[in-house]
Design a binder for this molecule. Structure first.
Ligand SMILES: Nc1ncnc2c1ncn2[C@@H]1O[C@H](COP(=O)(O)OP(=O)(O)OP(=O)(O)O)[C@@H](O)[C@H]1O
Length: 333
């Protein structure tokens, strides 16, 4: 990626809490990645991985202990006046005055925002028009998240930071928020998202990075990360046919096979080939398979696999093809 195309550029970023030296805690330990303009980049990770600590540095809320951050070509901490009007920030905790209504809150925020869109439009975007006269303290947790998002959008930001934007939202509101985020991205807004919902990242992100213990363990395009994991094909044999009668995994183009009772599970990197071989075998043997289930790996499976590897102490993996993010050692820049 040409540096000129980047909305966000992070290089060997570090953040230490507490005193310098052995007593401090290194929450971010050398993170590098770039986000192109108009791209939606997701940061995933286990609890305490360092996502929020990283995003706060990008938002200019704190100075890094080491490394560099550029947002729209500027240092977001030192050149806050340049960067702040061009970004939208949705923090994990909004912290609004509880006695103000949603509309008053939005008006107050708009007063501090240059070139703000009309507040009614902001509330409409997040589906809060009908709740505009309700005091913040009376809004549900999910409605407060949506108000937070409305405020982040008031300034028509070029770069939008969303820290767990759909936590506490019901399924319908979550999907409405996804639709809105997608529309913003399609209009050219760069989005940096942190989330615990893997389905959210899978559905929205162009690229993502998975953080663990202050570092990026893996990163790349969603499809490439998922493609690293084998697909699954499972079926149940009729009574009288034993799993041992099924051809060995290798002959079906599968990498592994396991069975419990009469149910067989195959893992394969070529789902179509393996499914064809299984169906041909069943047809030739006149065997009727039940519960036939073929599915590609999901981001959740890939994430859990990586998390298990990391817990077992295996070194973080590679950078997936097409990625521009990684640990310092694996950075492409
Ligand atoms: N102000 C602070 N002082 C000391 N340690 C902190 C501080 N803020 C965060 N930490 C620690 O830094 C680590 C990273 O926290 P951070 O909130 O960045 O993780 P996260 O990936 O966003 O986690 P979560 O998914 O749980 O929100 C954690 O171990 C946390 O306890």
């Amino acid at each position: 990626m040409d540096a000129g195309d980047s909305a966000i550029d992070v290089n060997d970023l570090r953040r230490r809490y507490g005193p310098a030296g052995a007593q401090g805690f290194d929450a971010v330990r050398g993170v590098s990645f770039s986000v192109a303009r108009g791209e939606l980049f997701a940061l995933l990770g286990t609890n305490g991985a360092g996502k929020t600590s990283t995003v706060e540095l990008l938002e200019g809320l704190a100075a890094p202990t080491g490394g560099t951050v550029r947002v729209l070509g500027h240092d977001p901490y030192r050149e806050r006046a340049e960067v702040r009007p061009r970004i939208g920030v949705m923090l994990q905790e909004g912290g609004f005055p509880p006695e103000l209504t949603a509309l008053e809150t939005a008006r107050m925020w708009a007063g501090c925002t240059s070139g703000a869109r009309p507040v009614e439009e902001g509330l409409e975007l997040v589906g809060l028009t009908g709740r505009r006269n309700v005091r913040v303290k009376m809004l549900s947790g999910g409605e407060r998240r949506r108000l937070d998002l409305a405020l982040a959008l008031l300034g028509r930001p070029e770069v939008l930071f969303l820290d767990e934007p759909t936590t506490g939202l019901d399924a319908e509101s979550r999907r409405e928020t996804w639709k809105l985020v997608r529309a913003l991205r399609d209009e050219g807004t760069t989005v940096l998202l942190t989330t615990h919902y893997l389905e959210e990242a899978e559905s929205l992100a162009d690229r993502l990075a998975i953080m663990h213990a202050g570092r990026i363990a893996t990163s790349g395009r969603v499809a490439d990360i998922v493609a690293e994991r084998p697909s699954r094909l499972s079926f149940t044999l009729p009574a009288g046919v034993r799993p041992e009668e099924v051809p060995p995994a290798g002959r079906l183009g599968a990498t592994a096979s396991e069975s419990a009772d009469r149910t067989v599970l195959l893992r394969t990197r070529d789902l179509q080939h393996t499914a064809t071989e299984v169906l041909l075998w069943a047809r030739d043997r006149r065997i009727e398979l039940t519960g036939l289930d073929a599915r590609s790996a999901s981001l959740e499976e890939a994430f859990l696999h990586i998390a298990r590897q990391l817990e077992a102490g295996a070194p973080p993996e590679r950078e997936t093809a097409g990625a521009t993010a990684g640990t310092t050692a694996g950075a492409t820049r």
